[in-house]
Design a protein around this ligand. Structure first.
Ligand code: SAM
Length: 268
């Protein structure tokens, strides 16, 4: 089955990750967590049939939404025709330039019950706008929230944990059971709040290099960092690093990765 008839007559499409929220209690909890105020600069990714859009709009009538499914656009336009300051953008959030919504003095608040099939690339895309973002509230697969919040040594700790925690504070908020959606997903979900730092506490001199290093390390998470790093630098440079080379990547903190990356940058 690739689709499911929902209340509005719209076929929920699996390929767009459509699991529509139907539980009013969950919707209220999400809106309370976001706590929208008039004047906030909110962007919603994937409004779907408007389950979160409606209560957000009633508190913050100026809103941008980005929805990929063309069939949902006329339904959203009809549902919210009384809101002239709602801008509905048809398009792919993965390719959306979020700086277009940014106004100085009004940093972005990004929200969404995200399509699970694109959540990791979307999070990486959104990280590139961290400097313009006040906060983000997302519904994600619970396992992704575990990865976002994981600490060194946790089984979920990896590239996503390090790169998101480099830029921001991550606060898992609450779980959402499959029954809160229609159709019900096969997995548990959870709401997370991500708050970018004004300045990262451990600044990398070259963020591209940090990203490359973290990538390389977690491709071989069970190997020692010596094994990974020997492909990226000379023996002499390895010997000059201020880190225990017998450690495994999964035990390094964000600060360790940044220190390592900054030392590598100094070699080049
Ligand atoms: N917000 C609604 C709710 O809570 O009921 C819908 C959530 S549903 C999990 C995900 C929504 O994201 C769907 O409306 C889907 O069409 C939309 N979507 C999927 N891929 C997208 C993309 N790449 N860019 C923007 N929206 C997308």
């Amino acid at each position: 089955m690739s689709s499911h008839k929902s209340h509005g007559g719209h076929q929920a499409r699996k390929r767009f990750g459509q699991n529509f929220l139907v539980d009013p209690h969950t919707i209220s909890k999400i809106v309370a967590a976001v706590a929208p105020k008039p004047g906030d600069n909110i962007v919603e990714i994937g409004p779907g049939q408007g389950a979160i859009t409606a209560p957000i709009l009633s508190r913050c009538p100026t809103l941008n939404v980005v929805e990929l499914d063309r069939d949902l656009i006329p339904l959203l336009q009809a549902q919210f025709q009384g809101y002239p300051d709602l801008q509905i953008h048809q398009g792919d959030a993965l390719c959306t330039d979020f700086s277009r919504f940014y106004e100085t003095g009004r940093p972005l608040r990004i929200i969404g019950n995200l399509p699970y099939n694109i959540s990791t690339p979307l999070l990486f895309h959104l990280l590139t706008y961290s400097g313009m973002v006040r906060d983000m509230h997302f519904m994600l697969q619970k396992e992704v929230v575990d990865r976002l919040a994981a600490m060194p040594g946790d089984k979920h700790y990896g590239r996503l944990s390090v790169m998101v925690q480099y830029h921001s504070q991550v606060q898992p908020l609450f779980r959402v059971p499959p029954g809160a959606f229609r159709p019900a997903p096969k997995v548990e979900s959870a709401i997370v709040r991500i708050v970018p730092y004004a300045e990262p506490p451990y600044p990398a001199t070259d963020i591209g290099l940090l990203s490359k290093l973290v990538n390389a390390c977690f491709q071989q998470r069970r190997k020692t960092i010596r094994n990974t790093l020997k492909h990226l630098m000379t023996e002499q440079q390895l010997a000059g690093l201020d880190i225990d080379l017998t450690l495994r990547p999964e035990t390094l903190s964000v600060a360790d990765f940044v220190r390592l990356s900054n030392q590598m940058e100094a070699f080049s």
